[in-house]
Design a protein. Sequence first.
Length: 329
Amino acid sequence: MKVLVTGASGLVGSHLCRALAGRGHGVVALVRRTSRLGRLEGVPCETARGDVLDEAGLRRAHRGVEVCWHAAAHVSDWGSPALFRAANVRGTAAVLRAARAEGVRRVVHVSSVAVYGFRGFVEGGEDQPFGTDGFRYCISKREAEERVRGARGIEVVLARPGNVYGPGDALTTGPLLDALSRGRMALVSGGRTLTCPAYVENLAEGLALCGEVPAAAGRAYNLTDGLRVTWREWLEGLARALSVPPPRLSLPAPVLALAAVAAEVAWGGRSRPPLLTRYRIAQLSRDYHFSIARARRDLGWEPRVGPEEAARRSAQWFRTQRDPVDSSP
């Protein structure tokens, strides 16, 4: 197929372009005019410069395309409501309009398990009600999904990745490994809560199947590594891959939650997030584990890269990466 990936220069988008090209598809990579293309180096794809809010450019990028993967988004725990809404809600609506106008058969919307909020989940499924917390990223992803579910005249698939990590990720993986390597990583309440890592190469394969499998139309899928792992266990695995001691310091969640509120107030309207945010503490202090049974059943998907190999590849990238990497999602 001729396919389109929005947000193609980002972490998820670039790995997805590589996976789709490896599966024999003709890939059009939509990237902003200001984005660097380092992550797409060596990927056989056609590059289209544009923005998800440029509807004329979107129409051109969608021409002749059979399936679009919409991965462009503002992925952060920090930012103004206007920024989240423009990138995640208005941008999604614009992609859907362009796809329908150009006769695209299917749009795979890359959402997030953040739509469920942080209420505590063990084996959380796709049909549970969304959360009602006020985190801006969560709100924008829920509103974006409303636009997708309301689309007419086109097949849609909702893909909900877990906590994405892996080589090339200067937004989360790089700083996390740096903190571990310097002995500056602390656990929240002992690191006892469950988390939902999604190694980016595994995720890319799951996303590809969301666009290829006929039965996926109209469905939602949680896409994680399928592990029942605590934050302590996951961080210990990364520390072993780096050959450094695992984090030992543990701080109570209630104290950190109050500190996060104070940090956000003191930080004001700066563009970069403070060290502590309420979003981060909420996610770290409550079980956040989701079932991938539906993806296994419908898509025939099984994450192929195990946690030890994923940690090794991430650590190898961290050791060799010295030039700045575009940290856009």
